[in-house]
Design a protein around this ligand. Structure first.
Ligand code: AHM
Ligand code: MG
Length: 333
């Protein structure tokens, strides 16, 4: 019988690689693992239970929340609160920082920033969605209420980040700064089993992923880059293939494994881009860099941006190293 290494075993085996870890980060990752299993279970029966149906609330971004958005948000909040490792969270579904201080978590070292259910508008049509998380050590001393500055840290300070993709199978992919590792969920055993150790993104790829319906709203540099992707040139294997699901986790995951580039630039509708720096771009960028890829905004590396507010949006370009380097010629001129 093939030996299975579970996510729990892998994290414990590799705990010593994280110099400051005392088991608290391991426990925090276990909370995320538990939330992922619960969300997986509900997503799989979303059609049956009508969890995907529209709820009439709007989130901070003016987007309609569906019941699964709310369910995923509550599940991650509850599991993160339960183990006392986290003193506060930022979530796409919450207007403000959520602090756990009153539950005695003032002694906790970590803050988590998350998008509990990314791409949720795809649920109704059975397309892959994801959860994204970013973990920092708080900046202010433990023992007192968490402050906004604990959440507004540049991505370079992340201690761990990852995503769960609820696709044809459910996978959890994460990094603690020592490579990127992927685990596939086996629902019959209830475990995430190591399936993709030390993932490396190919340096070049043939896939470009962008919502081309917005073409007329893109800056000229992006329009020119799209034309470059579409031109015929044998030497550079062009034209590239266009693939866009509209679910960041799924689009990124495919490009991570196959090589490619994902673009969400500024548009006339979203002058700062659509995607959120703290809980969409930063964690994906950390994974991309750890896998040998690159992630940039217009003129700097995503991870170096000093955040100004918790729901900040930024233009986002991520993927294979050579493709991002080439893109820079179009967007920096
Ligand atoms: P969400 O967090 O409200 O689900 O929105 C984020 C999603 C990303 O998953 C995806 O990359 C993007 O929005 C797609 O946007 P668009 O439909 O404008 O192409
Ligand atoms: Mg999102």
């Amino acid at each position: 019988m093939k030996k299975i290494k579970t996510l729990g075993e892998f994290i414990i085996d590799n705990q010593q690689e994280i110099s400051y870890a005392t088991g608290e980060l391991t426990s925090l990752l276990s909370s995320i693992k538990l939330a992922a299993k619960i969300v997986h279970r509900e997503i799989n029966k979303a059609g049956l239970l009508d969890l995907s149906s529209i709820n009439h609330n709007q989130n901070i971004h003016g987007e309609i929340q569906n019941n699964l958005d709310i369910f995923a948000n509550e599940t991650f909040k509850d599991t993160l609160k339960a183990r006392n490792q986290v003193c506060g969270i930022v979530s796409e579904e919450e207007d403000n920082v959520v602090t756990f201080d009153k539950q005695l978590n003032v002694e906790s070292k970590y803050v988590v920033l998350m998008d509990p259910l990314d791409g949720s508008s795809n649920i109704d049509v059975n397309v892959s969605v994801g959860s994204i998380f970013s973990i920092f050590k708080r900046k202010t001393p433990v023992g007192r209420p968490v402050e906004i500055e604990d959440f507004l840290q540049p991505g370079t300070k992340q201690v761990a980040a990852g995503y769960i993709i609820y696709g044809s199978s459910t996978m959890l992919v994460y990094t603690t700064g020592n490579g990127v590792h992927g685990f596939t969920y086996d629902p019959s055993l209830g475990v995430f089993a190591l399936s993709h150790e030390n993932i490396k993104i190919p340096t070049k790829g043939k896939i470009y992923s962008i919502n081309e319906g917005n073409y007329t709203k893109f800056p000229q540099g992006i329009k020119s880059y799209i034309k470059y992707c579409q031109e015929i040139d044998k030497q550079t294997s062009r034209p590239f293939t266009s693939r866009y699901i509209g679910s960041l986790v799924a689009d990124f995951h495919r490009n991570l494994l196959k090589g490619g580039i994902f673009l969400y630039p500024s548009t006339a509708t979203y002058p700062n881009g659509k995607l959120r720096l703290l809980y969409e771009c930063n964690p994906i960028a950390f994974i991309a860099e750890q896998a040998g890829g690159l992630a940039i905004s217009n003129n700097k590396n995503i991870l170096e941006i000093a955040p100004e507010e918790i729901h900040q949006r930024v233009p986002f370009f991520v993927g294979s190293k050579d493709m991002i380097s080439h893109l820079k010629k179009y967007i920096f001129d």
